[in-house]
Design a protein around this ligand. Structure first.
Ligand SMILES: Cc1ncc(COP(=O)(O)O)c(C=O)c1O
Length: 486
């Protein structure tokens, strides 16, 4: 069971304790009442006065731990950057697919359930399964989430051509200033202009700024991005979209398994017309590259399937597509083919991971809760919590360095890296999430507000394979590095 630190709880910690009482994590902690400041393994190796090193020695209340810069410990022995391996079943299936040579998306290898003369392709099967996971009617499997965002925009532009043509100037799309570069890139790719919205100190879209920008810009499309699985106030976003007649797309690249007051991220219950998920290596599903567009909207589904590269009558083999073949025929010849289909091998890799998702969420949440609880107690950092109402998965954790300049921030991350805990800082000059680097679509100066929140925000990966002891070691390293580089 989790052992948590905390000789003195700061304000943030008390808040966390309160939210934990509401069972935010889906389980309760039953650690000792008086927590150790550092994990016992590390404390045992910190040189104590008189040189005594008892294995069970812990730092008690009021006593400050000693930090020796030259100490070997703490150090994490495993690689937190390594992605999740493919389950054996997926590896076997890849072999079968490759041996058959039927690797084309519409290659078809599995005998059809109703007609043994027909075959079903792995991509169609995984589309059906993924739609079930997110709770949508329709799903299109693609080569990336970036492609899913691009196709969502494309499909909305086509579907709403008439009303959008009445708005003069370039088509503007409201989106987060703080997100991954793939999001504004997809907007530019679709021939539109991003209208950036600031984030709050919790790294989510600021609903007040969202409304202000919606009003000022007159934009009729929005892509709300849930960076690092942090869900914004979806009730507020949905209200603004309804009020200003804005079509909502959700970038759920990193929010599989997350929900807002019990409503899954990407759900059409918030008025979302299309939601986009990623299967890139650092996500809850790992196929290296891969993405899904899910929707409950028939026309968006048909247009996305066609434009992804379903030509002639290939759409008939989809298993999570509208059965309105008339609509496919009507739109087929006016739709370009952008060839963004998912590969059969990708689908074979993903399929066996889907039944494992619930277990993955649970493990991530457990580890995250421990890390958050420990880190929020440290003086040199601030750990922004998820919004109340947001239920994250926690495969990464973000915290802000307090009162440091860049030299001091780099000294901290260098020390962590030296001790096996590499992490990035969002505001760094070479980080793809730093919008100041997006020369293809730079945000306006009012986005300095967002920059203040992300400038010294550290992004720490908490991969699935971490044990509880390793989570503690990571926290030890962070605490140690903060102290010795202070
Ligand atoms: C928030 C966000 N949106 C979009 C993407 C793009 O996903 P993909 O790499 O599958 O295109 C990512 C990728 O990491 C992301 O983090």
């Amino acid at each position: 069971m989790a052992r948590l630190c905390g000789t003195k709880l700061n304000k943030d910690c008390r808040k966390l304790q309160m939210t934990q009482e509401k069972n935010q994590f889906g389980f309760t902690f039953s650690g000792p009442k008086k927590y150790t400041r550092l994990s016992p393994v590390f404390v045992a190796r910190v040189p104590q006065e008189g040189g005594v090193q008892e294995s069970e020695q812990v730092v008690s209340e009021g006593e400050l731990p000693v930090f020796d810069k030259n100490s070997e410990e703490p150090r994490l022995a495993i690689n937190i950057k390594s992605p999740c391996p493919v389950p054996e079943e997926g590896i076997q299936r890849c072999r079968e697919v490759m041996e058959s040579g039927k690797m084309f998306r519409y290659g078809g290898l599995t005998p059809g359930a109703n007609n043994p003369d027909q075959t079903v392709d792995d991509v169609s099967l995984v589309e059906r399964s993924f739609a079930d996971v997110t709770g949508h009617k329709y799903c299109v499997a693609l080569n990336s989430c970036g492609s899913a965002i691009f196709l969502s925009v494309y499909a909305v532009l086509q579907k709403e051509k008439e009303r959008l043509s009445k708005i003069p100037g370039p088509t503007k799309i409201l989106t987060n200033a703080f997100t991954f570069a793939a999001v504004p890139s997809a907007i530019v790719h679709a021939g539109c202009e991003p209208e950036y919205v600031n984030c709050t100190s919790q790294f989510v879209i600021d609903v007040e700024d969202f409304e202000r920008k919606a009003k000022e810009s007159g934009a009729k499309i929005a892509i709300v991005s849930h960076m690092r699985g942090r869900l914004c106030d979806m009730t507020g976003v949905a209200e603004v979209c309804k009020k200003y007649d804005i079509t909502l797309i959700e970038d759920c690249a990193h929010s599989l398994g997350c929900d807002w007051n019990g409503i899954k991220s990407g759900s059409s219950e918030h008025g979302t017309v299309a939601a986009c998920f990623s299967a890139q290596s650092n996500k809850l599903i790992n196929s290296g590259e891969g993405g899904f567009l899910v929707t409950d909207d028939e026309e968006i589904a048909v247009r996305s399937i066609l434009v992804a590269g379903s030509y002639e009558y290939l759409y008939k083999s989809h298993l999570a597509a509208p059965q309105n073949f008339e609509l496919f025929e009507k739109l087929k010849f006016e739709t370009p083919n952008y060839s963004l289909r998912m590969h059969q091998i990708t689908a074979a890799i993903i399929q066996p991971q889907l039944p494992l998702l619930e277990g993955r969420y649970e493990k991530h949440r457990y580890n995250y809760a421990i890390a958050e609880r420990r880190l929020c107690e440290l003086d040199g950092i601030r750990v922004p919590f998820q919004l109340e109402g947001a239920n994250g998965v926690g495969d990464s954790l973000q915290f802000n360095l307090k009162g440091r300049n860049w030299d001091e921030a780099n000294a901290f991350t260098d020390e962590c890296k030296k001790r096996g805990v590499p992490m990035e800082i969002f505001g760094a000059h070479d980080n793809a999430r730093n919008f100041k680097t997006w020369q293809f679509a730079l945000p306006p100066t009012d986005c300095e507000t967002s920059y203040k929140h992300i400038e010294y925000a550290c992004d720490l990966r908490l991969p699935l394979h971490l044990t509880e002891a390793e989570v503690h070691t990571i926290c030890d390293v962070v605490e140690f590095a903060l102290q010795v580089t202070a």
